[in-house]
Design a protein around this ligand. Structure first.
Ligand code: PLP
Length: 435
């Protein structure tokens, strides 16, 4: 990129941000106040962006409304947790009923076993499972189960993976991770994986992998890579953990079902709690039975809200009444066609942008050429995605600042067409700056 082009890109971004500041005075004011009690005004790093994030007042269906009074079509779907759309009437009705019955009961309730059975029937590798409050916690528990079960300490993770707030492996970011004996490998690098497992496999308790790097940019794993992981872990006596916190929505039985690969343990999160805080870990009965408190020497696993009635009831209702296998497949087809349309717009404009992902999960990257690992994204000019983000906001579309889209069931076809149109106008308007 020439200096002049770089300079113009900078100017274009400055102009869009200036419009944004003018259009959102209430969000700006809230940011100033929030900074007095929250570091950087923020309690969830992912949501932060410069100059200040929008503050939302309410939402319904596919629509978000900011405190500045503007409406946005929600293409972010709460980073995959909002699959049902905002205030889905089926789930809302159930939540109201449950609220009337009383919450925080301090004992078993009538939903948890049914919810577990429903999850287990959808994800048959989860012969037994336990609930947690978040995907992070589910992964922490799965790793603890793996080290306890194998008596080994090594945990293989991949560059660019995100398994939670304390299990974060972005390249070049110092994260406050839990102190496991992590061994980092490159995603989708089968030779490196095989070589590593052949030399150090006997030290490894588990390999934890997202079947598609989610937060890392919706980069799918090659099926052959995941099969190699299955083979190598089996050979080494290590456990294979599929983190399907994001990817479980990509098929009626998640990515493991799509690819017919059976992990030893699986973790779930996000939308499966019907919009409430949720996480679950589970898998082979012989591993999970270690948590059976009626057995001597069992592993304790507590958590005040593990069986939170709101989560249990909303999650169960969503699976039983809304999320049939047909609905899941249809949403993924809509995501696939959106990805095709976006890539067509980028190709026609000859710009260095591309949309990656599978089904209803997409990410837009300012990179040409094949993307198969987090390393492939390192050369991207982040300002291009930022420009796209602010352009889409002006047109009334909300997505992640980092370029991620997660379609919810509430997003309508005409809204998808509107997004594609806005992306086309972006390519026309800024094409010269982003070739
Ligand atoms: N694992 C994956 C693959 C995720 O994408 C996330 C969250 O984005 C997590 C784990 C953590 O889940 P939670 O935010 O519920 O702790």
């Amino acid at each position: 990129m020439t200096t002049t082009t770089g300079q113009s890109l900078e100017n274009a971004l400055t102009a869009l941000k200036a419009n944004y500041i003018d259009a959102n005075p209430k969000s700006a004011e809230r940011d100033r106040l929030a900074r007095k009690s929250l570091p950087g005004g923020n309690t969830r790093t992912t949501l932060f962006y410069d100059p200040f994030p929008l503050v939302f007042a309410r939402a319904e269906g596919s629509r978000l409304e900011s405190i500045d009074g503007d409406a946005y079509v929600d293409f972010l779907g709460e980073y995959t947790a909002g699959l049902y759309g905002h205030s889905n009437p089926v789930i809302m009705r159930r939540l109201h009923e449950v609220l009337d019955e009383g919450i925080v009961l301090g004992g078993y309730n009538r939903y948890e076993a049914e919810f577990a059975a429903e999850l287990s029937s959808r994800f048959p590798s989860m012969q037994l499972l336990r609930f947690t409050n978040s995907g992070t916690e589910a992964n922490l528990m799965a790793l603890s189960a793996a080290t306890a079960h194998t008596g080994r300490q090594g945990i293989v993770v991949f560059d660019g993976a995100y398994h939670g707030g304390v299990l974060s492996f972005s390249i070049g970011v110092e994260a406050p991770n839990v102190p496991h004996d992590f061994r980092r490998l490159r995603y989708n690098d089968e030779p490196a994986l095989r070589q590593f497992m052949q030399t150090a496999g006997n030290e490894i308790a588990a390999v934890i992998v997202e079947p598609m790097l989610g937060s890392g940019g919706n980069i799918p794993a090659a099926p052959s890579f995941l099969r190699a992981l299955r083979e190598e872990t089996e050979r080494a006596g290590a456990l294979l953990i599929f983190d399907e916190v994001m990817t479980s929505r990509l098929g009626p039985s998640g990515m493991q079902g799509r690819l017919a690969i059976t992990p030893d343990l699986t973790t779930l999160g996000k939308y499966l709690g019907g919009g409430m805080s949720f996480g679950a870990f589970g898998g082979r009965a012989d591993i999970m039975e270690r948590f059976d408190p009626s057995k001597p020497g069992s592993l304790p696993h507590a958590g005040t809200f593990n069986n939170n009635v709101l989560t249990m009831a909303a999650g169960l209702e969503g699976l039983r009444r809304i999320l049939t296998p047909e609905v899941i497949d249809e949403l993924n087809q809509r995501g696939d066609s959106l990805r095709t349309e976006l890539n067509r717009a980028f190709d026609v404009g000859g710009v260095s942008l591309q949309a990656t992902g599978v089904g209803s999960l997409l990410s837009i990257h300012a990179v040409r050429g094949r993307i198969s690992s987090a390393e492939d994204l390192m050369a991207a000019d982040q300002r291009i995605k930022e420009l796209l983000f602010f352009h889409l906001l002006e047109d009334g579309f909300w997505m992640a600042r980092r370029g991620m889209i997660a379609l919810s069931l509430a997003v309508r076809d005409e809204e998808i067409a509107g997004l594609v149109e806005s992306v086309r106008s972006f390519v026309e308007r800024y094409g010269e700056l982003i070739r």
